[in-house]
Design a binder for this molecule. Sequence first.
Ligand SMILES: *[C@@H]1O[C@H](CO)[C@@H](O)[C@H](O)[C@H]1NC(C)=O
Length: 180
Amino acid sequence: MLITCSFALASDNSPLQDFCVADPNGPVLVNGFPCKDAKLVQANDFFLSGLHLMGNTSNAVGSRVTPVTVAQLPGLNTLGISMARIDFAPWGINPPHTHPRATEILTVIEGSIQVGRSRSLSEEYWICNAIAIVGLSSQNPGVITIANAVFGAKPDIPSDLLAKAFQVDVKVVDQIQSKF
Ligand SMILES: *[C@@H]1O[C@H](CO)[C@@H](O)[C@H](O)[C@H]1NC(C)=O
């Protein structure tokens, strides 16, 4: 008898220093950013404002993610955590996506949402009219939005290949690719 079991876990290593403010221009490429000289660290490296502001949901998917990762808040570097505010227009969606370096928890602050998860892709998507706050177990969680990755790849994935993979006409693939 063969029993298989699959699940996905992702997180950053535990921090080795009390803080390591990101130096985004540092020459060393590591999982995260090299540390800014501790003598140059300022309180502002740990401060970000604006999460109280509603995101602009006037776009094709009807949602807006306002991220707070190491890219927006350098003090998060190596701390293994980040967050985001998500605003949804009525029936807005957050398209199917994965976070390659993080697991995630979501709290609905206002409204209601429907969440779907695909086990095989470890992916999630939400359909809603709401404001939500999410926490992620990485300072740099990354996001791979399936539709963009497949149909908006640069360079393009050849449309005849996608047509066979998705079992549709090449014209359908061309039409979808033109939107990304
Ligand atoms: C929201 O985004 C739309 C589309 O990009 C833009 O036309 C509009 O001016 C934006 N609204 C605000 C309040 O920034």
